[in-house]
Design a protein. Structure first.
Length: 240
């Protein structure tokens, strides 16, 4: 799948699993039946020009983006609770997309679309200020120093994240790796585009009520790893 047709657009770069164990026949059938209509296709899309509202049957009240939707538990919960919002999930792991489609079908949810490729290509295609809320929950921490360049929250991606977020939009991050937590805090608190929403320790120790638990988070807690929940606000752009 090609990205935006511009020489300066990011190259496709995926790390980790693309395919896992074979899906169950019913899930595979749902995946093959639904993905063509739910898939975000960037072929021929110039940078910054993706028609996000046009992806949905009804004009959404806003666009929310989840990068790394995993198995889709969080995505499905959010989509069911905010049917007015248009959700885009960037997730290259096909089995995870298959599970997410299963959750959405079971709930009768129709306001989610999937980008099954490198999220950086999607960020480049999105118009400026189009995303009203963004989720990056438990991304791979790539703990070895030589792999830090693979992190999705990184100096190379932060400008693109700031560009697509609307003024006053919320960015939600979660991790159970304290090294990555410190990395993300250092990057975002050092960037003038972002303001940390925390006012006390409980603000990063506990999830808000509208932030459901994921399967990965459940496993982390069972293993004794305490996650951090970080919320940032995209500061308003300076007036022209």
């Amino acid at each position: 799948m090609s990205g935006p047709d511009d020489a300066g657009a990011p190259r496709r770069m995926l790390h980790g699993r693309r395919r896992g164990k074979p899906m169950r026949p019913t899930r595979q059938a749902a995946f093959e039946r639904r993905l063509p209509e739910l898939r975000v296709d960037l072929d021929g899309v110039a940078p910054g020009t993706l028609d996000t509202a046009g992806l949905f049957a009804h004009a959404p009240s806003g666009i929310w983006l989840e990068i790394g939707a995993g198995n889709g538990e969080h995505l499905a919960w959010q989509a069911a609770h905010r049917p007015d919002v248009g959700f885009i999930a960037a997730e290259p792991y096909l089995a995870g997309v298959g599970r997410a489609i299963g959750y959405l079908e079971a709930a009768g949810t129709a306001n989610v679309r999937f980008f099954v490729d490198d999220a950086r290509l999607l960020l480049a295609a999105l118009p400026e200020g189009v995303v009203a809320r963004m989720f990056i929950l438990f991304p791979d921490p790539w703990p070895k120093a030589r792999h830090h360049k693979r992190r999705i929250v990184a100096p190379s991606t932060l400008p693109a994240i700031a560009r697509v977020l609307a003024d006053e939009a919320e960015l939600r991050l979660a991790t159970d790796d304290m090294g990555y937590c410190r990395w993300m805090l250092a990057l975002l608190t050092g960037d003038a585009a972002f303001e940390w929403c925390a006012r006390g320790p409980e603000d990063w120790r506990r999830r808000p009520e509208d932030w459901p638990q994921t399967r990965y988070e459940e496993k982390a807690l069972a293993a004794g790893r305490r996650p951090a929940y970080l919320r940032f606000r995209r500061r308003a752009r300076a007036a022209a």
